[in-house]
Ligand binder design. Structure first.
Ligand code: FAD
Ligand code: NAD
Length: 407
């Protein structure tokens, strides 16, 4: 085969690291590399809750793809993927079509809505830069409206967050910091604003260390967050939400429902005909799906079982980055005619979740628990380490989080 065509779909953690590695590992005479992404920027999904709350500007979160990828070496196509056909090795884009010899799919996640009525129409999700910017603007607009209405409209000031997993908790931590500023700006007494976090499981952050969960709840309640645990979101309407606990239903007036209650793989992979489980494609040890030796799947679109507990590894940036590194090495091997592909072995360093400025919780290096400021510094170290890995010292200096006392 003359210079094979390698196509990478999506410039998230998985797609960007794969492409950045491949551009270093393969000479231009060895393969053509094409990267397809909706936008001309990469964003750090792990910072989107800050953009959505308005505590960090989205330009801090996004990175021009050209700042990392050499467009003389990689053919960058800014377009939206609308279909994949692995049997004919074709990718349909909104504005054209691509063919590939080897494909890397890194199209990320979308919200899992579990068929809940009204969710798609009326709830917001923290899923990309545009969605985060919309949440920020929407909350601010509702605050601005409050003193322009004839009647007191509590729905304008109630912010309901569905799900107290890591995304929900990180968002309520940020919005709880932002609300006092918005109250001052729009002359609204702080006690009139409610931040309500609804979680179906009996506890927030189900499955996480109990001591850290208690720390997080106390801290967030101290900042005015109300938790409704053991409570299911049943239905969302334009100006209210219906929740249920112990078979008792309650309506909460709200114009703002942020749905952070679960993710699935991009529906394009299911539509492509790959076998899926909750929208994620089970992959073999070398990250290729069954039946397709020319396709690799990385990040939130891929499903890999953890043999230690027989459950899938959670979809995280940490895993997406590591999968991308293995994939780049495996693609190089295939291009070089080697068939001893590497098996993916995750090296989990832990989990750190932010609770708003200067506060976080985490478990790192096996069982070391971190609280408060120390954990928040660790979170910044993790974020900065990624920037260094992706774009070297230049990118780190441009986009890194260095002030350990503020953002
Ligand atoms: P993504 O990062 O979602 O990237 C997908 C890319 O594909 C995007 O650039 C998108 O624009 C592009 N794309 C999508 N559809 C199309 C299309 N049709 N055509 C063209 N391009 C397309 N994980 C951690 O490990 N640590 C954390 O601290 C952490 N914090 C998080 C905080 C929040 C608020 C959220 C929502 C998630 C967090 N996660 C965290 C999870 C983590 O962000 C995801 O697991 C990770 O982003 C998955 O990476 P990915 O490369 O699969 O996809
Ligand atoms: P999740 O699936 O981890 O949590 C969703 C939560 O919503 C669960 O606790 C679930 O019980 C609850 N829920 C589901 N349906 C509900 C309903 N109808 N009503 C009320 N509650 C409901 O999803 P997530 O928090 O978006 O996280 C997605 C992935 O991203 C995970 O792998 C997570 O580890 C990762 N992540 C990591 C970090 C971090 O490491 N700091 C931050 C954010 C996300």
């Amino acid at each position: 085969m003359n210079r094979p065509n390698i196509v990478v779909l999506g410039a998230g953690y998985g797609g960007m690291i794969t492409t950045a590695k491949l551009q270093k590992m393969l000479g231009s005479n060895e393969a053509n590399i094409t990267l397809v992404n909706k936008h001309n920027y990469h964003y750090q999904t792990t910072w989107l809750h800050e953009n959505a709350a308005g505590t960090l500007h989205h330009d801090r979160t996004r990175i021009k793809i050209s700042d990392v990828i050499n467009f003389n070496r990689v053919n960058f196509v800014q377009d939206t993927v609308v279909g994949l056909d692995p049997s004919s090795k074709k990718i349909q884009l909104e504005n054209g079509e691509l063919t590939y010899d080897y494909l890397v799919v890194g199209l990320g996640f979308e919200a899992a809505t579990f068929g809940i009525q009204g969710l798609k129409e009326h709830a917001f999700t923290i899923s990309n830069i545009n969605a985060a910017r919309l949440i920020r603007e929407h909350i601010e607009y509702n605050f601005a409206r409050y003193n322009n209405e004839k009647e007191e409209r509590q729905d304008l000031l109630n912010i309901v967050v569905g799900g107290a997993g890591f995304t929900g908790i990180e968002f309520v931590g940020e919005i709880a910091n932002k609300v006092p500023e918005l109250c001052k700006e729009y002359d609204i007494p702080r006690e009139k604003v409610r931040i309500i976090n609804v979680e179906a499981a009996p506890t927030v952050l189900p499955g996480f260390d109990e001591e850290l969960v208690e720390y997080a709840m106390n801290l967030l309640e101290g900042k005015g967050v109300e938790f409704k645990v053991g409570t299911m979101i049943k239905e969302v309407e334009e100006h209210k939400i219906l929740v249920e606990k112990d078979e008792q239903q309650e309506e909460i007036p709200t114009n703002t429902v942020v749905w952070a209650a679960g993710v699935r793989g991009n529906s394009l992979v299911e539509e492509a005909g790959f076998e899926t489980n909750r929208g994620r494609v089970p992959v073999r040890d070398d990250l290729r799906p069954n039946g397709y030796d020319d396709v690799f799947i990385v990040g939130d679109c891929a499903l890999i079982m953890n043999p230690e507990n027989d459950r899938p590894y959670p979809p995280t940036a940490q895993i997406a980055i590591q999968e991308a590194e293995t994939t780049a090495r495996n693609v190089k091997k295939i291009v070089n005619g080697e068939d001893n592909l590497e098996s993916f072995k995750p090296d989990l360093k832990g989990t750190v979740a932010s609770l708003g400025e200067g506060q976080a919780i985490g478990v790192v290096f096996g069982d070391k628990k971190l609280f408060g400021w120390t954990a928040s510094v660790m979170k910044k170290i993790i974020d900065n380490r990624y920037l260094l890995k992706l774009g070297g010292i230049g990118l780190l200096l441009k986009k890194g989080k260095f002030n350990i006392f503020t953002k």
